[in-house]
Design a protein around this ligand. Structure first.
Ligand code: GLP
Length: 263
């Protein structure tokens, strides 16, 4: 696992955006570059920088197909808290060459959510899998909506949100956890770890325990993000405040190897 420690959120965002743009620009295969994307506050800075680069002609999305991680069940796409709305508002609507038909987001209003999830997995497979999945994590270490004790081999399916997650996400629902949908459709941990590369953004003090569990803890379904330890192409990009629970040795180790990476 690679852990890239940056000073703050802005630098995390710039590092990740440039990493992704480089991957897209260096993709020389005939098939499109397949990019997995998250919602939340963590990726907003990355989206802003990718939009800037796209408008400046530094990266094109014309040959990029995207798959989002998750969606609330029961929110129509026009709802301002649906992840469909979030992605269009914060990213897709601002790109100059993203093709709408290349955007894939789970439908939280599907009559048969399990069938919708099976269709999603098939569609990912039809492109030959995901090249790079960007993610964020919850304070309890959830990756997409894979809450603690979700199987580390799980596939796309229906998820029940924990009370903790509904409380954390209630900031977008008038601070009322009851207004946060209780269920979601989400890619599985296995879906994410099947990707060639997984890049996870972790910023802020409130994510320090989750970062520690991801990097230093054992691989455990209690912290679903810890599955990344078994992935050969996992990169964590984190800021200084998120490193608060790491051992000094761990912190120095990763600074050291990243410094040598640049030599
Ligand atoms: C939600 C999403 C996750 C996201 C997490 C953290 O629960 N389902 O995909 O990673 O929130 O969000 P934030 O980046 O706002 O801390």
């Amino acid at each position: 696992m690679r852990v890239v420690i940056q000073e703050n959120y802005e630098k995390v965002s710039l590092w990740a955006a440039h990493y992704i743009a480089d991957k897209i620009n260096n993709h020389k295969e005939d098939r499109p570059f397949v990019l997995g994307l998250p919602t939340g506050s963590s990726p907003i800075g990355v989206y802003k920088e990718l939009i800037r680069m796209n408008k400046a002609g530094e990266v094109s999305f014309a040959n990029v197909v995207t798959f989002n991680m998750d969606e609330y069940i029961g929110l129509p796409k026009e709802h301002d808290q649906s992840y469909w709305y979030f992605m269009h508002d914060n990213f897709f609507n601002h790109l100059v060459d993203m093709k709408p038909e290349n955007i894939n987001i789970l439908n939280g209003m599907a009559e048969d959510p399990e069938a919708e999830c099976a269709r999603y997995e098939e569609k990912i497979a039809s492109y030959g899998g995901i090249d790079l999945f960007m993610g964020g994590i919850g304070v309890d270490g959830h990756l997409a909506f894979n809450e603690p004790y979700t199987s580390l081999t799980s596939r796309t399916g229906v998820r029940i949100l924990t009370t903790d997650t509904r409380i954390v996400n209630s900031r977008f629902f008038g601070n009322d956890p009851e207004k946060v949908p209780a269920k979601a459709v989400s890619v599985g941990i296995g879906t994410v770890t099947d990707s060639k590369e997984v890049l996870v953004l972790i910023s802020g003090h409130n994510k320090a325990r989750a970062l520690q569990a991801t990097v230093e803890g054992g691989v455990s379904q209690k912290w679903t993000c810890s599955a990344l330890q078994m992935h050969n192409g996992a990169i964590i990009v984190c800021d200084e405040p998120a490193c608060g629970e790491l051992m000094v040795d761990t912190y120095k180790y990763f600074l050291d190897i990243e410094k040598n990476e640049r030599l």
